[in-house]
Design a protein. Structure first.
Length: 157
């Protein structure tokens, strides 16, 4: 039970003290996603920095799960490569499909391992996945993929 309490504390901390929240300058891609079931919404913006690392910003409103998930995602992936983002996104999606039986890889997921308990509740899975889906869509709109360079304005070169 102590581990579950720790995970709840991580989620609440990210909800109360969001990381990466706010619009970014020169976004190369943006995606607005809504969970019609509960009304959660999030807009994720992405670009690549001069070194090819992800720059992520988001704004949104909704439950603690969706907003904490956006914060965890932004903190975990900021500055990382698109390949790292793809790996983390796949691991998070697998975790959400695990129905609480998954063994999350903390090396890949960082604080996102805290959402293992969320995967037990099908109604909450969409809340947790919302920002990750928005990021994937924003990256696709920006043409951000492994090895795709961008100029200083964040546009695909």
């Amino acid at each position: 039970m102590q581990l579950e309490s720790l995970y709840q504390d991580i989620i609440l901390d990210h909800y109360k003290h969001p990381r990466g929240r706010g619009a970014i300058a020169h976004a190369a891609g943006e995606s607005h996603q809504v969970n019609p079931t509960c009304g959660d919404e999030v807009t994720v913006q992405v670009a690549l920095d001069a070194d090819g690392g992800l720059v992520i910003g988001y704004e949104g409103q909704g439950c603690s799960i969706s907003q904490a998930s956006a914060s965890v995602m932004a903190e975990l992936l900021a500055g990382g490569s698109p390949e790292q983002a793809d790996t983390a996104r796949a691991a998070f999606m697998d975790l959400m499909r695990s129905k609480g039986a998954g063994e999350p890889d903390e090396e890949v997921l960082g604080d996102a391992v805290a959402f293992v308990g969320v995967s037990k509740y099908p109604a909450r899975i969409k809340c947790a996945l919302l920002p990750w889906v928005a990021l994937q869509d924003a990256e696709a709109k920006a043409g951000i993929a492994a090895g795709v360079p961008q100029d200083e304005e964040g546009r695909t070169a």
